[in-house]
Design a protein around this ligand. Structure first.
Ligand SMILES: [Zn+2]
Ligand SMILES: [Zn+2]
Length: 261
């Protein structure tokens, strides 16, 4: 039988709903605060149990709190997911037809890109090719901003990728709709958008997974084909703190210059 849902659980759910997604550390603080306010048993390592109690009560509503990792820094996040609609139609009530088309096209660009980013210039160039209804660039710029505010996209230095919330919600949709293009990470086996690719065998790894895999290795080799890993290891080189676009370019030039190994 499912554990009892208390006011602490309800408060946690309400706050998460209003945020859409929360980082693990925020969720842990919220867990504590909710338990204190409502004088409910609290143990710092019991957040996942607390969440599964909420989930057992959300099940009839086809909702679920799901835990996922951010592709950028590998930190855990909690997001409230709607299971009733598995497609992009999740977003249908919030956006117009041509906004959704722009989103789909942006997603295509991001997923088919080498490093999981699409430049705003490339996205804005799509605006006047929309089949549903063309958009002016200014208008499209505004729509991109809203997608970022609503946590479907995340933007850094004019480059867009899928927000962690979007990946948590749409992983299954993306894997079944993009088949060949959408690849899984060789290490953690979940969908990998922001990632590095082995130059020889084509396996993909998330940046945090690359970091973990090659920790303290002086001669990083692909865990699949054993060839030299041709990308810069994030966190072990000077490009780590740079923008994704610069890092992307640096990766590419590094690939070219390291062919000899
Ligand atoms: Zn991974
Ligand atoms: Zn390889």
């Amino acid at each position: 039988m499912a554990a009892q849902m208390t006011d602490a659980h309800r408060r946690f759910l309400q706050v998460l709903m209003s945020h859409g997604i929360m980082e693990g550390s925020e969720a842990r603080k919220l867990h504590r605060r909710c338990c204190e306010i409502h004088k409910v048993y609290y143990a710092h390592d019991k957040l996942d149990d607390f969440v599964s109690t909420i989930n057992s009560h959300l099940q009839p509503l086809f909702m679920q709190i799901r835990k996922g990792l951010s592709e950028g820094d590998g930190k855990a996040h909690y997001a409230l997911v709607n299971l009733a609609e598995t497609e992009i139609t999740k977003m249908a009530s919030d956006y117009t037809e041509n906004e959704l088309e722009l989103f789909r096209k942006t997603m295509d660009l991001i997923i088919s890109s080498e490093n999981g980013f699409a430049s705003s210039t490339d996205i804005l160039n799509l605006a006047d090719q929309l089949k549903t209804k063309k958009m002016k660039k200014k208008e499209a710029e505004q729509v991109l901003k809203v997608f970022a505010e609503d946590k479907w996209l995340s933007e850094r230095n004019g480059e867009y990728t899928l927000h962690t919330r979007c990946i948590i919600e749409m992983e299954q949709y993306i894997l079944s709709n993009y088949q060949d293009m959408a690849r899984k990470c060789y290490i953690c086996h979940s969908l990998a958008i922001q990632s590095q690719v082995c130059d020889s065998c084509g396996i993909r790894m998330h940046l945090p997974c690359v970091r973990k895999c090659f920790r303290a290795q002086t001669d990083p080799r692909c865990p699949h084909c054993n060839d030299c890993w041709s990308c810069d290891i994030p966190g072990m080189s000077r490009i780590d703190s740079q923008s994704p676009s610069k890092a992307g370019r640096a990766e590419k030039s590094f690939v070219l210059s390291s062919r000899r190994c």
